[in-house]
Ligand binder design. Sequence first.
Ligand SMILES: C[S@@+](CC[C@H](N)C(=O)[O-])C[C@H]1O[C@@H](n2cnc3c(N)ncnc32)[C@H](O)[C@@H]1O
Length: 215
Amino acid sequence: MMSFVARQFAHPHGPLGWLIGRGMARSNGDFSRWTVLQVQQHLKQPPRRIVEIGPGPGIGLEELRRRFPQAQVWGIDRSREMLRQSGRRNRSAVGAGRLSLVHGDVSAVRELGPVDLIAANHVLYFWPEPEQVLITMRECLRPGGLLALGYQLRRDMPRMAQKQFPREGFRLYDSERAVEVLLEAAGFEEITHRVKGPADRAEGRLSLAATGPAS
Ligand SMILES: C[S@@+](CC[C@H](N)C(=O)[O-])C[C@H]1O[C@@H](n2cnc3c(N)ncnc32)[C@H](O)[C@@H]1O
């Protein structure tokens, strides 16, 4: 049963997926909003083209639109249930053509580049080859573009995830440095990390990484 629940976080579907999406909106909502605030404070210019990978219930998309009202935003998720929840939460923006919801794997970002900002919260655990995914993202960002990767370290995760995620082949990270090594290997630069809440009981972490200038 626990392994079924763990797999739902990677790809929410069916009635349990619906419930998990509702739960994530509650439990991850503040973190999603906080990550967008960090990005806004970091950037010198507001991004015009933004992609969120794995938006789940769509709180991050809502906040991206609110803080960057001039931007065109895309959300890519492999879960149709999560796209439905994102769509309901952002109905007016979808109707106005400011937000597009794309059903697919993270690789669908290839169709959208070059973009100014790629955001992904609590998704990197589910990439079997994270370095390859990060290389794809870097290639889809414009020179000087920004990647905002939100996650939780193993020690700060709920017990269920600490135990079940590795059993399902999902990857957990023990330090910010472990994430930084991946980002460096994928060719990102100017990598910085931020923590939400106290460092010993973090509510989540955000790694910001830039692509180099145009050569
Ligand atoms: C744990 S949920 C996080 C949702 C949301 N970002 C949040 O922080 O509440 C992971 C989401 O990423 C999606 N996802 C996982 N792997 C993906 C992939 N390779 N491509 C696209 N979406 C993916 C899942 O369907 C799910 O909606």
